[in-house]
Design a protein around this ligand. Structure first.
Ligand SMILES: [Zn+2]
Length: 338
């Protein structure tokens, strides 16, 4: 199996993070990618840098004005007297149907759902490289690989079509899925990150051609709070084509694997030709976010159960934060696809 990685992703090094209102060091650090890269190297995977496929496959998911915002907002922000070093929104509109502000502060509110997606000088470059990484892995799988691993950072599954949030700017899993769909594939996206894949759900919510399934900590007491409930099943042509499987805080291997069994049943019913696995590793019992309690052995069983579907799989890295077992957990999942 090939692992795709672009070192330009390391330049994004967010400093700002609020936890229950208190400033803390941001856990979405470049070191995460380093730990994951060491794991795939030790596993013996070939590491490949992505070819630049340009902005068109990203624009198939994200509108041009949002990409322009991501590209230019840091520079514009620096022209505001007394502004913060990184772009942080200080207004959060309750709806966005009327008007589009020209102001940098207004646009930051429009395009950033929370304060966990600060934009620094290298954010665009890294997010762009992260999306290209996912596209390369999608192409490898489309060309016949059984699986390919995209070491994406920053992650993507909280990013909506034109809304950043939760460390995410461009939705790498959605971009990979859309690139496959655009070439005739029937795609299911399975998200096993600790947090609900709200951006991915939002992007495909009214579409019937891409199945979105997410297993995550129950949003009634966990980020992203406003999405991820079992009652969200899709709308219009997408009705019935979104499945959320929220789990109580602290759920371990047994409960997670039972939910995965349901998820895989739904995926099989959809009869996709390709699977995009949004692979967060933060459901781990030792992850700093401490929301669920999956073990390293549990990750091995998760990988085995997904591999048993027999579908070609684009594995896209989502969350999973620094702890001694981060690399072992990735290793445990990827081994099932060797
Ligand atoms: Zn997560």
């Amino acid at each position: 199996m090939i692992a795709v990685f672009d070192p330009r992703q390391a330049a994004h090094d967010p400093q700002f993070f609020l936890s229950s209102g208190a400033p803390q060091p941001c856990p979405e650090k470049p070191d995460r990618a380093q730990a994951l890269l060491e794991a795939v190297t030790q596993l013996g995977l070939t590491v490949k840098q992505p070819t630049d496929r340009g902005v068109a496959p990203i624009e198939a998911v994200h509108p041009e004005r949002y990409l322009t915002f991501l590209k230019n907002i840091h520079q514009r922000w620096q022209r505001i007297a007394g502004a913060s070093a990184e772009v942080i929104p200080n207004i959060h509109p309750d709806h966005r149907l009327v008007g589009y502000p020209a102001s940098a502060v207004g646009q930051a509110g429009y395009h950033m759902m929370d304060t966990s997606c600060p934009i620094g000088p290298a954010t665009w470059e890294a997010a762009y490289a992260s999306a290209q990484t996912a596209l390369e892995a999608a192409d490898l799988v489309r060309s016949g690989a059984r699986a390919a691993y995209a070491l994406c950072r920053p992650p993507g599954h909280h990013a909506f079509a034109e809304l950043a949030g939760g460390f995410c700017y461009l939705n790498n899993s959605a971009i990979a899925a859309q690139s496959l769909t655009g070439q005739g594939a029937r795609v299911a996206i399975l998200d096993v990150d600790l947090h609900h894949g709200n951006g991915t759900q939002g992007i495909f919510y009214s579409r019937g051609d891409v199945l979105t399934v997410s297993i995550h900590a129950d949003p009634v007491r966990y980020y992203p709070f406003f999405w991820g409930y079992a009652t969200e099943t899709g709308e219009g042509a997408g009705e019935g084509v979104n499945l959320n499987l929220p789990l109580p805080r602290g759920t371990g291997d047994h409960g997670f694997l039972a939910a995965l069994d349901m998820a895989l049943g739904r995926v099989a019913d959809f009869a996709p030709t390709h699977l995009v696995l949004a692979l967060g590793l933060d459901a781990f019992e030792g992850d700093p976010f401490a929301g669920l309690a999956v073990t390293t052995q549990g990750f091995a069983r998760i990988g085995q159960a997904i591999a048993a579907l027999g579908l070609p799989v684009v594995i896209v890295q989502e969350g999973g934060y620094l702890c001694p077992e981060l690399g072992q957990n990735l290793d445990a999942v990827l081994r099932a696809f060797l």
